[in-house]
Ligand binder design. Structure first.
Ligand code: A3P
Length: 293
C-alpha cells in the first residue's frame, strides 16, 4: 500500500510492463501499423539511459546549435518537443507532425512500426551500462510521483533484475533491439561513449541523420548538451515539471550524469548477483560496457 495518491499501477501488456493511465493499451497496439517515412527518427532507450540527453542533441542539431531557438519555445520541455510515442496522445501527434518527425520510445522492438524493418525511418538506440541504469532508475522512482517509491535500494535492485518495473527487463529490452540492429536503419550508441567524447558522439549522430552543420554549429551543439549546461536550462532538465509529477525535494532529474555511480550503491553481494545475472542473460550478445572510469 502506498500513501502517495499520484501512484499509477503497472499493467502487464503482451509481456511488457506499462503504466496504467499514462499508456493507452489500444493506442500502443496501433503503433506497429504506423507507416513510417525515411526521414522519421525514433530514439529508443530503456529508461534512464540518456533519453533527455539525446532529445537535447537532436533539438540542437535541428536548430544548428542555436540554443536560443529552443528556449524561445517557451516552457516546452525536451519531452514535449520530442515526445514519447507510447504516451497517451503521442501516436496521434507523431502522425500529424511535419517531417522530419521525431519521437522517443521505451518500447521493445515488436511493439514498434513494422515498416522500420524495411529500413523506412531511422532508429537511434541509446544503451547505458545497466548497473548505472538501475541506480538512476532507483532515484527516479523516489522522485516520480506516478511510480511507487521503493522500500529500499535492495527492494528496487530485486525488482530491476526481475524486470518488475516500467519497461520490464533491461536485458530483454536491449536484446530485442540489438538482435534487429541489421534489419533496421540503426545507430547504436552508448551513454558511456557520449560521456567520454561528446564531440565525437554528436558528429556520429549528425552524420547518421544527414544533418549538415558547420564546425561552429557542431561545437555549439556539444556545448549546450553537456551535463552542466543542460542543468542550467529548466526545460532541458525537467526542473519546470510540476511537483505533483516530480518531487523536486527528492533530488534532481539531472542527478549526477556520471559513469560508475553504482559503486556507491551496490554491496559486494549485490554486485556478484548482478554480474551472474548479466552473464547469464547476455551470454550470446557480444556487447561490452564501460562500468567505471
Ligand atoms: P543519473 O541519474 O545517473 O544522473 P533519461 O533521460 O533516459 O531518463 O536518463 C536520465 C539520466 O541521464 C540521468 O542519469 C541524467 O543525469 C543523465 N543525463 C542527462 N543528460 C545528461 C548529460 N548531458 N550528460 C550526462 N548525463 C546526462
Amino acid at each position: 500500500h502506498d500513501a502517495n495518491p499520484h501512484v499509477h499501477e503497472l499493467v502487464l501488456h503482451k509481456g511488457f510492463w506499462l503504466i496504467n493511465g499514462i499508456h493507452d493499451l489500444d493506442d500502443v497496439d496501433q503503433i506497429s501499423s504506423l507507416e513510417t517515412r525515411d526521414s522519421d527518427v525514433f530514439v529508443v532507450t530503456y529508461p534512464k539511459s540518456g533519453t533527455i540527453w539525446m532529445q537535447q542533441i537532436l533539438l540542437l542539431l535541428e536548430a544548428k546549435g542555436d540554443v536560443t531557438t529552443i528556449s524561445k519555445l517557451n516552457n516546452l520541455s525536451n519531452g514535449d518537443l520530442i515526445p514519447w510515442i507510447e504516451i497517451k496522445g503521442g501516436r496521434q501527434s507523431f502522425i500529424t507532425a511535419s517531417s522530419p518527425r521525431k519521437n522517443v520510445s521505451h518500447l521493445p522492438y515488436h511493439f514498434m512500426p513494422s515498416s522500420l524493418s524495411q529500413k523506412k525511418g531511422k532508429v537511434i538506440y541509446v544503451a547505458r551500462n545497466p548497473k548505472d541504469v538501475l541506480v538512476s532508475y532507483y532515484h527516479f522512482h523516489k522522485m516520480a510521483k506516478m511510480l511507487e517509491t521503493p522500500k529500499d535500494f535492495n527492494d528496487f535492485f530485486e525488482k530491476f533484475l526481475k524486470g518488475r518495473v516500467f519497461a520490464s527487463s533491461w536485458f530483454e529490452h536491449i536484446k530485442s533491439w540489438y538482435s534487429h540492429k541489421d534489419d533496421v536503419n540503426m545507430l547504436f550508441i552508448t551513454y558511456e561513449e557520449m560521456i567520454q567524447d561528446l564531440q565525437a558522439a554528436v558528429e556520429r549522430i549528425s552524420l547518421f541523420l544527414g544533418e549538415e552543420l558547420s564546425d561552429e554549429e557542431l561545437s555549439n551543439t556539444v556545448k549546450h548538451s553537456t551535463f552542466s549546461n543542460m542543468r542550467k536550462i529548466p526545460q532541458a532538465s525537467y526542473e519546470q515539471v510540476p511537483g505533483d509529477l516530480l518531487d523536486h525535494h527528492q533530488g534532481r532529474f539531472m542527478r549526477k550524469g556520471t559513469i560508475g555511480d553504482w559503486k556507491n550503491h551496490f554491496t559486494v553481494a549485490q554486485n556478484e548477483k548482478f554480474e551472474e545475472h548479466f552473464h547469464r542473460e547476455m551470454m550470446d550478445f557480444p556487447l561490452s560496457f564501460i562500468w567505471d572510469i
